[in-house]
Design a protein around this ligand. Structure first.
Ligand SMILES: *[C@@H]1O[C@H](CO)[C@@H](O)[C@H](O)[C@H]1NC(C)=O
Ligand SMILES: *[C@@H]1O[C@H](CO)[C@@H](O)[C@H](O)[C@H]1NC(C)=O
Ligand SMILES: *[C@@H]1O[C@H](CO)[C@@H](O)[C@H](O)[C@H]1NC(C)=O
Ligand SMILES: [Cu+2]
Length: 173
């Protein structure tokens, strides 16, 4: 129900954004008041994909509330890339991290890592970080750190979900 309502809202928003852009465009009413499309318009195009660092300046570590971060940082769109940056295992870092993807809401809720797929190991978050592209449209992705048998996922709050919305459009005047 919420999804259906959301879909209708998205359509209304898109329609009003497009109308707003057209009316704001100089030259729209140049032809004696008759509405003509602006001459040099290329039509609307998709906003290019973004790279988003998971956790922002916090990066990927134990104890930060990633679920709240995801709610504040969305919406996310198909082909956006999430970047996970985390310390490598070393003498000074006895609590390394990783990135797992759960196949379902229930495995995510239980931090059931046996059902999850490791997409980045403890070393992959070094340097510029591990990049995960949200390549499927309208997919719910469930992420977590897989370390310490689910302890980082549950107590450490290192888990969040995102939905990959269709890419937004931008009007070129
Ligand atoms: C996402 O990227 C792929 C590969 O670049 C491309 O084929 C696809 O059309 C893109 N999808 C959307 C919705 O932009
Ligand atoms: C650990 O920290 C010490 C002192 O801060 C440093 O000298 C050493 O190189 C570090 N070791 C690693 C593996 O990063
Ligand atoms: C992690 O994966 C990389 C490839 O992405 C591999 O080169 C590296 O050996 C792996 N490291 C560990 C600790 O498994
Ligand atoms: Cu972790």
């Amino acid at each position: 129900m919420a999804m259906k309502f959301g879909g209708a809202m998205v359509l209304v928003v898109i329609a009003s954004v497009m109308m707003g852009a057209s009316m704001a465009n100089p030259g729209w009413n140049d032809n004696n008041g008759y509405a003509l499309p602006p001459k040099q318009s290329n039509g609307p195009t998709e906003v290019p994909p973004k790279k988003i660092i998971v956790g922002g300046s916090e990066n990927w570590h134990f104890g930060f509330d990633y679920s709240t971060w995801a709610h504040k940082s969305g919406p996310f769109y198909v082909n956006d890339t999430l970047v996970f940056k985390y310390d490598q295992p070393s003498d000074n870092n006895t609590h390394p991290h990783s990135v797992y993807v759960f196949p379902s809401f229930w495995s995510y809720m239980r931090c059931d890592l046996e059902r999850a797929t490791m997409v980045a190991n403890v070393s992959d978050g070094a340097g510029d970080g591990f990049e995960f592209t949200l390549s499927q449209k309208w997919k719910l992705y469930f992420f977590a750190c897989g370390q310490s048998g689910g302890f980082h996922c549950s107590t450490g709050k290192m888990r969040f979900s995102v939905v990959s919305l269709p890419r937004p459009w931008k009007w070129h005047g």
